[in-house]
Design a binder for this molecule. Structure first.
Ligand code: HDE
Length: 682
């Protein structure tokens, strides 16, 4: 087990390789290496007699099984991860001395885990929730963890309130309902009585909380951190991941249906993309702020319920991360990985954000119970790729064999080693911020404006995004039983936007508030998904097709779609091969039974000449669902008649074609647009 190695982009994989075991083709043994002769029958006193205590193979097998589970994460239990690499575009020397941000030729191995927050390990993935976006950079100076979310602000301003927030959002304790949902009384009671949550709630009820894919989410470090350069000069910094495919979401009806049709929707999407070589990519961006500008804003830059609007502090793109390898074993890697915002490298430091400060305690603490003791850093996925030496010893499941007599500092018997490194040698030196204050349990006055940025978020939304937020309020509060809680929430959000609060109040039978309103007119266009990148790449299109189709034309269209990066999947009545009029054969990927329109980004209706009523009925369901979820729909050949019968042909995002080339280019454009909100739902 060597960790005395020079870092390169394969360092982590080389290290993990030493731990990988392939059992295939091998003889079965016990954990002691003894070959097993029989694995189906326990050792008994006679064929019909009792099992014997002596049966060590049975006992070992059963004991191991009995102990297979570890506690799931208290939050972010449901997650999925992948390996990859990160490369900086240009040296960030001016701002930070972090080695992995210096040299554009260096590729740093990374491991990224995406997650939902509230649900249990087995919960559905498309629920309305914040998504975790944690990155472990295995740098030559040690592991750096960027433990972020896909929403740039948080519900609370002080870590001491985190247990309360999580108790409120998790299933209610008396009946353990609802699973993986915020639409219940205790969560909204918390919101109404902790009004610092207002800004976060606006994001939580927006499309951000129902992402289309982990590949199409932004990531945010949330807190203000510090970059420190080799001259000791610091800048405040906010960190962003920007997905190359843009930021895209599902619609709520679709998200709920996917939760049943494919609870693994997001992990399947990530897994399949990597297996197909469509490697997810994210650019790393930084917002940098000189220390002297700390007080130049109308909010406190230490307040985690605030963004630095990108229009005021531009995001500088500094590098790219590519996820290019799936895990070999979900438990060993995804489940055992231990992130911690306190895992930093020289050149990256903290701010006094009271939420961040509390996190710096919580993450190691939680691993002690979850991973069973203090040696979790030795688990293969958690090991740094650089050497590590100290006097920490023993504990459950210690693996390292630390040789020698000495395990203390200072010493003379080992020449006072392992010895601390100087700053010049790479020793981590905390930024020497001057602090002068009294010990108080209090919150700064500068943290007390809870509504201005919530209003700014609302102002920044496009009309469809605003409607989605209203519908989300109506849904969430509609599920709340307490009239008192409902009323408090609408009264609270009157401070964000009176019209919004009144509309919701009417929908949920509360009293529309008269007081409140906001005079904030500022908006931040960067937070609207309407302004994101729109690409057709990796979009899944369900091709509804039957026998006797026009072979030459359809094959040309499918090839042209693929050439644009679109992924066609063939859906028909039964599995096997379809036959075109000219004898061309097409393998069916799914039947109407095994797949659902909610699992596609777009539908292309082709049909065939010999379709039955049942076929048409199934096809009509696919078209209707896609239409109602604002998805692009294309039709050629017999498919055109279906759309005509459904009176959909002239709707936005519906492309009907005669000419093959024209059809492909219009359909690809419609797919890239993602959704067609101006459509009138049928
Ligand atoms: Fe976490 N959070 N958190 N959190 N968090 C955990 O650590 C905590 C917060 C985030 O994929 C836990 O290892 C406190 C903000 C992610 O393994 C725990 C507070 C942000 C993950 C914990 C916060 C996050 C966690 C549970 C308030 C975005 C999943 C399991 C002060 C910047 C990491 C674990 C993974 C996980 C505590 C708030 C992101 C209990 C006390 C803000 C992505 O330690």
């Amino acid at each position: 087990m060597t960790n005395e190695r020079k870092m390169n982009s394969n360092s982590k994989q080389e290290q993990l390789e030493q731990f990988r075991v392939n059992d295939q083709g091998k003889k079965m043994t016990t954990n002691q290496g003894l070959k097993v002769s029989e694995d189906e029958f326990s050792l008994k006193a006679g064929e019909r007699g009792p099992t014997l205590m002596e049966d060590f193979h049975f006992r070992e097998k059963m004991t191991h099984f009995d102990h297979e589970r570890i506690p799931e994460r208290i939050v972010h239990a449901r997650g999925f991860a992948a390996h990859g690499e990160f490369q900086v575009y240009e040296s960030m020397k001016e701002f930070t001395k972090a080695k992995f941000l210096q040299d554009p030729t260096v590729k740093t191995p990374v491991f990224v885990r995406f997650s939902t927050v509230a649900g249990s390990r087995g919960s559905a993935e498309t629920v309305r929730d914040v998504r975790g976006f944690s990155t472990k950079f295995y740098t030559e100076e040690g592991n750096y963890d960027l433990v972020g979310n896909n929403i740039p602000v948080f519900f609370i301003q002080d870590a001491i309130k985190f247990p309360d927030l999580i108790h409120a959002v998790k299933p209610e304790p008396h009946n353990e309902m609802p699973q993986a949902a915020s639409a219940h009384d205790t969560f909204w009671d918390f919101v109404a009585n902790n009004q610092e949550s207002a800004h976060m709630i606006m994001w939580h009820l927006s499309d951000r909380a129902i992402p289309r894919s982990f590949r199409m989410m932004e990531g945010f470090g949330v807190h203000t951190f510090r970059f420190v350069n080799d001259q000791g000069k610091a800048h405040f910094v906010k960190l962003h991941w920007k997905p190359v495919l843009g930021v895209h979401s599902l619609v709520w009806d679709e998200a709920q249906k996917i939760a049943g049709k494919d609870p693994d929707f997001h992990r399947r999407d990530l897994w399949e993309s990597i297996e197909m070589g469509n490697f997810p990519e994210y650019e790393l961006g930084v917002q940098l702020l000189a220390e002297e500008d700390e007080f130049k804003f109308d909010f406190d830059i230490l307040d985690p319920t605030k963004i630095w609007p990108e229009e005021d502090v531009p995001v500088k793109i500094i590098g790219k991360m590519t996820l290019n390898r799936n895990v070999d074993n979900v438990f060993a890697e995804t489940e055992q990985v231990a992130f911690h915002p306190g895992h930093v490298v020289p050149g990256i430091d903290f701010s006094n954000d009271p939420l961040l400060q509390g996190r710096l305690f919580s993450y190691t603490d939680t691993q002690l119970i979850r991973l069973g003791g203090p040696n979790f850093h030795e688990l293969p996925i958690n090991r740094p790729v650089c050497p590590f030496h100290n006097n920490q010893r023993d504990g459950y499941s210690r693996q390292t064999i630390n040789v020698g007599q000495v395990s203390y500092h200072n010493n003379s018997l080992a020449a006072n080693t392992p010895s601390p490194a100087t700053e010049a040698e790479g020793g981590y030196v905390h930024y020497q911020e001057k602090i002068d204050g009294r010990k108080v349990r209090a919150r700064s006055e500068s943290f007390k404006d809870h509504f201005s940025q919530a209003t700014m978020f609302w102002n920044s939304m496009s009309q469809p995004e605003k409607e989605h937020i209203i519908q989300a309020f109506n849904f969430e509060l509609g599920k709340v039983k307490s009239k008192l809680v409902q009323q408090q929430v609408v009264d609270m959000f009157a401070n964000v936007n009176l019209e919004l609060a009144r509309t919701v109040a009417v929908a949920i039978g509360a009293v529309p508030p008269n007081a409140g309103g906001s005079d904030i007119t500022k908006s931040s266009p960067a937070v609207s998904q309407e302004n994101t990148k729109k690409l057709p790449n990796t979009r899944k299109v369900g091709i509804i097709i039957g026998d006797d189709f026009n072979g030459a034309e359809v094959m040309t269209i499918l090839a042209a779609l693929q050439a644009e990066g679109v992924q066609p999947e063939i859906v028909s009545e039964k599995l096997g091969k379809l036959k075109a009029l000219d004898g061309t054969e097409l393998e069916v990927n799914h039947t109407f039974l095994t797949v659902d329109p909610v699992l596609f980004d777009a539908i292309y209706a082709v049909g065939g000449t010999a379709e039955s009523k049942k076929f048409y009925k199934d096809a009509a369901y696919f078209i209707h669902e896609a239409f109602n979820h604002y998805k692009p729909i294309g039709a050629t050949h017999e498919g055109k008649q279906w759309l005509e019968m459904e009176k959909m042909t002239n709707s936005p995002g519906v492309v009907v074609g005669e000419d093959v080339n024209e059809f492909v280019s219009a359909f690809v454009e419609a797919i890239a647009a993602h959704r067609h909100w101006s459509r009138q739902i049928v």
